[in-house]
Design a protein around this ligand. Sequence first.
Ligand code: HEC
Length: 162
Amino acid sequence: MTNKAFATALTLAAVAFMAFSPGVWAQEKKEEKKEAKLGVEALKMSDAELFPDINKPAQKWAEPAGYKGSKENGAKIFSDMQQGNCAACHCADGVKGCGNIGPSLIKYKKELGEQRTRDWLFQKIADARIDNPDTLMPPTLSTNTLKIEEAVDVVEFLESLK
Ligand code: HEC
């Protein structure tokens, strides 16, 4: 390619880019506006509308029979903001960037778990309001935040911390 041909190609490419980008920008702006609107809608909603199940009374839960649980998946759920989000309030072994609103669960089985039955722990994770009506800990099963098997996985994770 000669220098001139190259320069022409470059110019054409630049023109094509400029013709194309307003469309992209417009689309991005539209998405931004949509997101902002969703945020405003969420602000206008009450807690009960945002979390339809949160006003249901505290519920008793028991582990499903025959499911063993996976501590690896439990560890994932513990730190996953879309799932348990436990790490927002609790530290546990191997968890980075954890909060301290709730008690530390580092070496849980050794430090606290010895005094807790498995049923108690499962209920605590499923719906802590049974144990403590004033708890800050959000219920997971009564709000459908976790599946029942996932709550077992989290129990397995905590029980493995020795
Ligand atoms: C908004 C903060 C918050 C979140 C999120 C949270 N917790 Fe808690 N948790 C607490 C607080 C506060 C306590 C202590 C008061 C109480 O018992 O309710 C607690 C207590 C506990 C206990 C009892 C410890 C003991 O044996 O005394 C366990 C176990 C526990 N949380 C596990 C979890 C798990 C697992 C998750 C995620 C599914 C989670 N928590 C999510 C705040 C939270």
